[in-house]
Design a protein around this ligand. Structure first.
Ligand SMILES: *[C@@H]1O[C@H](CO)[C@@H](O)[C@H](O)[C@H]1NC(C)=O
Ligand SMILES: *[C@@H]1O[C@H](CO)[C@@H](O)[C@H](O)[C@H]1NC(C)=O
Ligand SMILES: *[C@@H]1O[C@H](CO)[C@@H](O)[C@H](O)[C@H]1NC(C)=O
Ligand SMILES: *[C@@H]1O[C@H](CO)[C@@H](O)[C@H](O)[C@H]1NC(C)=O
Ligand SMILES: *[C@@H]1O[C@H](CO)[C@@H](O)[C@H](O)[C@H]1NC(C)=O
Length: 321
């Protein structure tokens, strides 16, 4: 019997049930691109354009635009994760615009990846193209996967399916989420997205390229982000996204609460039986949670990579232009 797998499984159900899964690490990263030698006209266009992004985000969480002529022309887009509500999307774009302008003063371009949105600007045209060379991979290697071969096979199937769903999502949104049961009670949750200005084929290629990096960079990791300018791939063994009606599978099955007691007349004996059953269950649940949290902590401490101040192990691929 695989007790570790069972514990992870149980603690996931319990954590989902009592809403403990919100301890998501907050991933953010940026690159400044081009040179930092801009004209004042470029700066004016850049500020105007970037400040216009947030309010223009469409309900699918995307907006692209350009402003200015010739050498002073600025191109920009913002993309929110496909499961993010419009008000949060706008707030994310507003915040990251301000941050990115502070982090890359006077630069012609920049890209910022935040948990819920991506923002990019450049003096070069950005629309409908996939650019190699700007990429970030972050992962957490917790050592929690005991059957890597089978895990990889399920992961591959999941990512292939989500990739074709995302690529064929249409010109407004290219986004897909879903999950699959892996070995030893693990469930793998995936999220794939492209900017919607890409063709189906380019989206497919971008995501395929991202998935192709996994065996080399991140074999057997349980949490992974691969972020590129035009597409993003993320998976985890905890659910990290909101179900959306557009492209999402049915929600995770939660244990349904017991029906309210029908006849209050016989209350006494029923409720005593109730308490007698509930107490051992509660005690076992608390035990299981504590043990699994303890084991998890230990697994993290023994993990292959030391992750100190940052929770992540990161790989960058950055070409200035
Ligand atoms: C551009 O960056 C260099 C270092 O990379 C710095 O020395 C210089 O002051 C920056 N120029 C401007 C206008 O910010
Ligand atoms: C944006 O910043 C404000 C103020 O710091 C914060 O309250 C809000 O949660 C941020 N929005 C997002 C999406 O992070
Ligand atoms: C963008 O700026 C770079 C210098 O940073 C310049 O070499 C390039 O020609 C510019 N591209 C456009 C389309 O203006
Ligand atoms: C934004 O992207 C759309 C495709 O989604 C494209 O038709 C449009 O020209 C782009 N906007 C600008 C200002 O280039
Ligand atoms: C991934 O790890 C498993 C188990 O350690 C190993 O059998 C497999 O060959 C690895 N795959 C790659 C591509 O390194």
């Amino acid at each position: 019997m695989d007790y570790w797998g069972l514990l992870v499984f149980l603690s996931q159900i319990i954590a989902t049930f009592v809403g403990l899964t919100n301890s998501q690490p907050d991933l953010r990263y940026h690159f400044c691109t081009g040179d930092n030698d801009t004209t004042s006209m470029y700066e004016v266009n850049k500020n105007t354009l970037l400040h216009s992004l947030s309010s223009n985000m469409d309900i699918y969480g995307f907006y692209n635009s350009s402003l200015g002529q010739n050498f002073d022309r600025v191109n920009a887009y913002a993309l929110c994760r496909g499961d993010v509500k419009l008000d949060i999307c706008r707030s994310c774009v507003t915040n990251s615009t301000l941050k990115l302008m502070q982090l890359c003063p006077n630069y012609k371009g920049a890209i910022g990846w935040y948990d819920l949105c991506t923002l990019r600007y450049s003096n070069q045209s950005l629309f409908g193209i996939v650019e190699g060379g700007l990429s970030m991979t972050a992962y957490i290697y917790s050592g929690g996967v005991s059957d890597v071969i089978q895990f990889n096979s399920v992961l591959r199937t999941l990512l292939d399916s989500l990739r074709s769903q995302a690529a064929s999502g249409g010109h407004l949104r290219k986004f897909a989420t879903g999950n699959m049961k892996g070995p030893h009670f693990l469930t793998i949750y995936g999220l794939l997205q492209c900017t919607p200005d890409l063709s189906d084929l380019l989206c497919n290629d971008c995501l395929d390229g991202a998935a192709g990096e996994i065996p080399r960079c991140c074999n057997g990791t349980t949490e992974l982000w691969i972020l590129k300018p035009s597409c993003a791939l993320r998976y985890d063994i905890k659910r990290f996204y909101d179900e959306t009606p557009a492209s999402a599978p049915p929600p995770l099955q939660l244990p349904s609460p017991p029906p309210p007691s029908a006849s209050p007349g016989k209350g006494d004996s029923t409720s005593r039986t109730g308490i007698i059953i509930v107490i051992p269950i509660t005690v076992s649940l608390i035990l299981i949670i504590s043990i699994s949290i303890y084991l998890r902590k230990r697994k993290h401490m023994n993990s292959k990579y030391k992750i100190d101040e940052s929770k992540f192990k990161m790989i960058f691929d950055h070409i200035l232009h």
